[in-house]
Structures are given as structure tokens and as C-alpha cells.
Design a protein around this ligand. Sequence first.
Ligand SMILES: NC(=O)c1ccc[n+]([C@@H]2O[C@H](COP(=O)([O-])OP(=O)(O)OC[C@H]3O[C@@H](n4cnc5c(N)ncnc54)[C@H](OP(=O)(O)O)[C@@H]3O)[C@@H](O)[C@H]2O)c1
Length: 290
Amino acid sequence: MTGVDADRYQLADRNISRIGYGAMQLAGDGVFGPPRDPDEALAVLRAAVEAGVDHIDTAQFYGPGVVNVLIREALYPYPDGLALVSKVAARRDDSGAVLPYDEPHQLRAGIEDNLSTLGIEQLTAVNLRLMDSAVPDNRFVDQLGAMIQARDEGLIAGIGLSNISLAHLLRALEFTEIVCVQNFFNLADRKSLPILHECVAREIAFVPFCPLGWPRLQHEQIRTDPVITGIAQAHGGTPAQIALAWLLALAPNVLLIPGTSKRSHLAENLQAGTIALHPDQVTALTERFA
Ligand SMILES: NC(=O)c1ccc[n+]([C@@H]2O[C@H](COP(=O)([O-])OP(=O)(O)OC[C@H]3O[C@@H](n4cnc5c(N)ncnc54)[C@H](OP(=O)(O)O)[C@@H]3O)[C@@H](O)[C@H]2O)c1
């Protein structure tokens, strides 16, 4: 195991806390435009770092540009050890639609845009976020080539993959080291479980996105389910904390980036690491949403 203790894990050249922060919720509705409450958005970022968060997940296409600019305004000059992780392969049009931006030269431009708006010279990791799960092999290999070149030139410390299949991961590993996989995964949706298992075996960080459920119905299901609320009560915690604690209990390489636009939820999410679920509770949660 690469992590130095149960609370931390290796991500590229950093050994980071297993609970980080996903900044996507800081943009306006639909992850488009400015936040409804810019002061709170800045306060959330500062509170995260003050509380010890050393892993922030972002993207140039959140806003677009809005979230990276907020991160820079709130935190620059960045504290030592802060891992800034982004993703490329998408852009927004004027209406907010998410469009592919995944030609090799566009991936490169996406990385450079992140560096520029964040005001840094290197990102800890950048995820190649697949927009097309049926991407032809030659195209995927070319995309990887752009990521490898960016890493070899020092623009990024590590290459991640997002929204991928197990086949994509195995194919990518034929060409390069992969430091993280970021896929949709939570109590109620575990389609990426085989990928998590592969990441465990290979000591690759696995970063579940939407750890509290998406869309809203799934989010509400997780927050109101009687098994979860019962376990939450037993721990004096909240359903969101139990959903996060269950993810942490899965494997030591699971790194969390719960997203929120509120300091109250941030504080709650960061405390999830203090909840030690009993193995029977882990089983009950696993079976509940099997
Ligand atoms: N690679 C990808 O394709 C991809 C896709 C989606 C997301 N991501 C990344 O993953 C991160 C996490 O995903 P996410 O933000 O979509 O989903 P999430 O972390 O599962 O949950 C976010 C939702 O839950 C609410 N929430 C947060 N903490 C809560 C709490 N303690 N109690 C109740 N509600 C709570 C948030 O609303 P409030 O603002 O009201 O707290 C928000 O509506 C993102 O921020 C982003 O960085 C990556």
C-alpha cells in the first residue's frame, strides 16, 4: 500500500488526505456562470484549506473559468502541499452546453488554460475525462499521447482518467502510469466497482464523483433511507457522513471530493473521516443498495 497511514494516500507526487473537496458546486446553477453567493464561495474554499483540505478538484469548464478564478482569488498564493487536480476534454458554449474539447491539441490547450487561470506552473493531476465512452482506440491512444507529453514536459505531475471503462484503464496502462481514476460511484450506483477493484490491485487512487448521489432523486434517496438514517443516528452523524464513511471503508485508495457550496456542509463532510463504521454496518449499507 502506498499511503503512509489510513487517512492519507499517494496521488502523483503528493501524499494527501483521503477527504478533499470538489469545487464544482461553486459555480452558478448548472455549473454555469457566477455563484449565487460569491462571498460564501470564497469562504468555503478558505474554510476547506483552514480545515486541512489538501486536495481540491476543479475544471476550467466549471463556469467556465468561474471556479478556477474563485480558487485563485480565495487561496493564492497556495499553501504548500495543496494538490490542485483538474480535468480536460470538455468546453462550454454560450448557452452552457457541455461540448467535447478532446482533440489532442485541445487537451493541451485545456491543461494550459487551467494552469493560467489557477496561476500555477504544474497541476498535481489532470484527468482525461472521456466525453465519448465509445471513443475509437486510435483516438484514445492519441489523447493519451497528449496527456503523456504534458506530463513529460512538467505541466502535470500525474495523468488521471475519468468516466472510463475497465478496458480504457487497462489500455491506458499499456502506455503510461495512471495516478487516479475519477468515475461516478456512490452507495446507490456501483457500476464502476470492477474499476475500483483494479485500482486497488494496482495502487491507483480511485476518486468517486457524485459521492452523495446524483441526480436529485438519488441524492434524496441516500439522505432519507431508513437504514442510512438509522446508522447515522447510532453514530450521532448525518446520512451524508454515513454515505461518505461507507466509501472510505471500501478501500484505502478511495479519495473523496464531496462537493458543496456551503460551509456547514463542508464541515459535515470533512468529519466523515471520524466515523468508523462497524463491519456489520458496512454490510447492511452494501446490501441495502445492492
Ligand atoms: N469527472 C467528472 O465527470 C465529474 C462529474 C461530476 C463531479 N465531479 C467532481 O466531483 C465532485 C463531487 O461531485 P458533486 O459535487 O457533483 O456531487 P456530491 O459531492 O455527491 O454532492 C453534491 C450535492 O450534495 C449537496 N451536499 C454536499 N454536502 C452535503 C451534506 N453534508 N448534506 C447534504 N447535502 C450535501 C450539495 O449541495 P450544497 O451545495 O447545498 O451543499 C450538492 O447538491 C464535484 O465537485 C467535482 O469536482 C467530477
